[in-house]
Design a protein around this ligand. Structure first.
Ligand SMILES: Nc1ncnc2c1ncn2[C@@H]1O[C@H](COP(=O)(O)OP(=O)(O)OP(=O)(O)O)[C@@H](O)[C@H]1O
Ligand SMILES: [Mg+2]
Length: 406
C-alpha cells in the first residue's frame, strides 16, 4: 500500500518536472522562461513564495529578475557575490536546504533569518556547466512541513534545465548576430568590388544625360513628350543616387589616412547640404552643440550626418522640427539627431541598416544611406542607436569612442 502511494507520488513529480522542462524550452524569451518555471515549480513544491536572481555579465552581482512577491522590486533588488543567502549560494555554487532556520547558527548569526517568513527554504544555483547563470529561491511550504532532500533534488533538476535553456538561447542569439553580420559584411564586400569597378565608368556619362534631360525639359512645351521626359528624369535621379552611394563606399574603403575633423563644423556643413536639397520645405532646426569637442579622424562624418538629416527631413510633414545635439559623454563623442516626423514601425526599425532597404518611392530613396552610416560608425568602433515611435518621431544617437579616435 505504502509502495503504491510512493510510486504514484514519484510519477506525479516526474510529470511535473517534464511539464516544467517543456514550459522552459517553449518560452520565447528569458522573462517568460523564468516566470513559467517559477510558477510551475511553486505549484509542484506546494509553496507560496519564490524568486529567481540572474548573474550580471561579470558574475559579481545578481539582480532579481522574477518573483511572486510584489514587495520586491525587479532589477533593483541586488545581491553581491557572497552577500546574503543568494550571494552565498551563488559564490559557492552549492545548493542549500534549510529545514529550520532557527537551528542554523550561520544564518541566525548573520541575521539572514529575518529575510524569511517561515522556517524552511530551498536555495539552488542555476548553472550551465560551472558557469553561474543565477539562483532560484523557494520558501513558504504550505504543507506546514520543512522541505526534504527530495524537494532539493527536484529544484536542482529544474535549475539545471533553466541554466541549459538560458545558455542555449544566449548562444542562438550570438549565432544569429554573427550570421547577420556575415551577411551584411558579405554584401558590403560585393558592393565594394562592384562599385569600384563600374561606378567611375558610369558617373561621367550619367552627368551628361541628366544635363541634357534638364535642358530638354527647359525647352519643351507641356504635352506627352514632356511627361515621358519627366519619367526618364526620375529614373535617372535614382541611378545617380545609386552611383553616388556606391562611389562613396569605394572611396572610403581606400582612405587609410584620414584627416582630422571638427564634428560641430562638419555638422553645420551637413545641415546646410541637407537644407539645400529640400529648398521647397522650410525646416526648423534646433541646435545644441558642445563647445569643447576634440578633433577626430574624418572617416566619413559628413556622410553619416547628411544621410540621417536627409532622412529626418523626408520624415517631416508640413510642421515639426529637427534637433541636433553634440556632447562629450563618458569617453565618447555623442551626436544625436532627432525629428518629429512620421516615425517607424518596429518591423522597419529592424531592417533600416540593411543595404537597399527603403520605403521611399523610386526617385527618392535607394536604401543605402543608413547602411553606409552603419558601416562608417563601425570603422570608428562606435555605436549607432535608433528609437522611433509611429507618428511621433525618430531619434538617432551615434557614439564615437575617443579612446580609438581622438
Ligand atoms: N528619420 C526617419 N524617420 C522615419 N523613417 C526613417 C527615418 N530614417 C530612416 N527611415 C526609414 O529607413 C529607411 C532606410 O533609410 P536609408 O537612409 O538607408 O535609405 P533611404 O533614405 O530610403 O534611401 P537613401 O539611400 O537615398 O538614403 C527609409 O526608407 C525609411 O523608411
Ligand atoms: Mg536615406
Amino acid at each position: 500500500m505504502f509502495l503504491q502511494t510512493k510510486t504514484k507520488k514519484d510519477i506525479s513529480k516526474v510529470e511535473q518536472l517534464s511539464e516544467i522542462i517543456d514550459a522552459v524550452s517553449a518560452s520565447r524569451d528569458i522573462r517568460e522562461l523564468l516566470e513559467a518555471s517559477l510558477n510551475k515549480t511553486l505549484k509542484a513544491l506546494s509553496s507560496e513564495r519564490g524568486s529567481i536572481f540572474m548573474a550580471g555579465e561579470d558574475g559579481e552581482e545578481l539582480s532579481l529578475k522574477c518573483a511572486n512577491d510584489n514587495d520586491l522590486k525587479l532589477d533593483q533588488f541586488r545581491r553581491k557575490l557572497g552577500e546574503g543567502v543568494v550571494g552565498k549560494v551563488a559564490k559557492e555554487r552549492r545548493s542549500l536546504l534549510v529545514k529550520d532556520i532557527r537551528q542554523d547558527r550561520a544564518l541566525t548569526i548573520s541575521n539572514i533569518y529575518h529575510d524569511y517568513r517561515t522556517t524552511s527554504f530551498l536555495c539552488v544555483p542555476i548553472l550551465a556547466g560551472m558557469k553561474l547563470i543565477g539562483v532560484i529561491n523557494i520558501t513558504e511550504n504550505n504543507t506546514g512541513k520543512p522541505y526534504s532532500e527530495e524537494d532539493l533534488k527536484f529544484l536542482e533538476m529544474v535549475a539545471g534545465s533553466i541554466g541549459l535553456q538560458i545558455e542555449k538561447s544566449k548562444l542562438l542569439c550570438e549565432v544569429e548576430k554573427i550570421k547577420k553580420k556575415a551577411e551584411t559584411d558579405g554584401k558590403f564586400t560585393e558592393l565594394g568590388k562592384f562599385s569600384s569597378g563600374i561606378s567611375h565608368e558610369l558617373n561621367n556619362p550619367l552627368d551628361g544625360v541628366v544635363r541634357y534631360v534638364n535642358l530638354a525639359l527647359n525647352t519643351i512645351e507641356e504635352g506627352p513628350a514632356r511627361g515621358y521626359l519627366m519619367e526618364a528624369k526620375s529614373g535617372l535621379i535614382r541611378i545617380v543616387n545609386i552611383v553616388r552611394s556606391l562611389l562613396e563606399l569605394s572611396r572610403r574603403n581606400k582612405n587609410l589616412n584620414p584627416k582630422m575633423a571638427d564634428v560641430n563644423k562638419t555638422m553645420e556643413h551637413s545641415i546646410e547640404l541637407a537644407m539645400n536639397s529640400v529648398a521647397h520645405k522650410t525646416v526648423d532646426i534646433k541646435k545644441n552643440m558642445c563647445k569643447d569637442l576634440p578633433m577626430i579622424p574624418d572617416m566619413g562624418l559628413e556622410s553619416i550626418f547628411s544621410n540621417i538629416l536627409k532622412n529626418a527631413v523626408d520624415a517631416l510633414g508640413e510642421t515639426g522640427f529637427i534637433e541636433v545635439k553634440t556632447a562629450r559623454n563618458n569617453g565618447f563623442i555623442e551626436i544625436s539627431i532627432s525629428d518629429t516626423g512620421c516615425g517607424m514601425s518596429q518591423e522597419h526599425i529592424n531592417r533600416i541598416f540593411e543595404p537597399f532597404f527603403t520605403t521611399k518611392e523610386m526617385s527618392k530613396g535607394v536604401g543605402l544611406g543608413l547602411a553606409i552610416c552603419d558601416d562608417i560608425v563601425k570603422r570608428y568602433n562606435g555605436r549607432i542607436q535608433v528609437s522611433s515611435q509611429m507618428d511621433k518621431g525618430t531619434a538617432f544617437v551615434i557614439q564615437l569612442p575617443l579612446k580609438d579616435n581622438a
